[in-house]
Design a protein around this ligand. Structure first.
Ligand code: PGA
Length: 221
């Protein structure tokens, strides 16, 4: 059985001070002596916080992985304002690609998503490719996907575990990848998703912004 992946997507929240407070709160996880052998925790802060998170986790010997929330479709070069895969790889092992907030607000096309996946893989980053319905196209090389129905994101109304499991099953059959569920996951409902056969983990947005709640999610998953 593969590990249960628990991803925190901190989105475009937290300045340096707020991020420090989050990290101090999250450090309490070490006192709980949780058995994390079957759980892989992946935290995706803003780019400006990747280094502080990386240093904090190394210094405190906290065994979590980091992910970028986005990646440039280009290699390093004259692309003002972009953060590229080579730079992200210094700190992170994963990268979110295809989130609906990026598809909608930044017009990310399938062609662009393909380029992002390809350059991420080239630099050894593991893309977590997000789709909003089972028919969305999936670039080659993706090994971890996430199903996030738009109506469930940030609304407090999660998909039903039964439907999420059925969609995850279809995605798996078609693409042979791990499949995570995302959309209004909380410490209360997380187990109903992770208990499903076809769901390999969760992506948590809003409920990960408080470190204590995110720890509860990890405990309950
Ligand atoms: P949410 O966000 O948990 O706030 O619904 C999930 C996501 O956007 O990845």
């Amino acid at each position: 059985m593969s590990k249960c992946l628990i991803v925190a997507n901190l989105k475009s929240y937290k300045n340096e001070n707020e991020a420090k407070n989050w990290l101090e709160g999250f450090k309490k996880i070490t006192e709980l002596k949780l058995d994390l052998t079957q759980k892989e925790i992946i935290i995706c802060p803003s780019f400006t916080q990747l280094f502080s998170f990386f240093s904090f986790f190394s210094t405190n010997n906290i065994k979590v992985k980091l992910g970028g929330q986005n990646v440039s479709p280009f290699d390093e070069g004259a692309y003002t304002g972009e953060v590229n895969a080579k730079q992200i790889k210094d700190f992170a092992e994963y990268v979110l690609i295809g989130h609906s907030e990026r598809r909608q607000n930044f017009n990310e096309s399938e062609d662009m998503l393909n380029k992002k996946v390809s350059i991420a893989i080239q630099y050894g980053l593991n893309p977590i490719f997000l789709i909003q319905n089972q028919d969305d196209l999936v670039p080659q090389g993706v090994q971890v996907m996430a199903y996030e129905p738009v109506a469930a994101i940030g609304t407090g109304t999660a998909d039903t575990p039964e439907n999420a499991d059925a969609v995850a099953a279809m995605i798996k059959t078609k693409n042979n990848t791990l499949v995570l569920y995302g959309g209004s996951v909380t410490s209360e409902n997380v187990k109903s998703f992770t208990a499903k056969t076809n769901i390999d983990g969760v992506i948590v947005g809003g409920a990960s912004l408080e470190a204590e709640e995110f720890i509860k999610i990890i405990q309950n998953a």
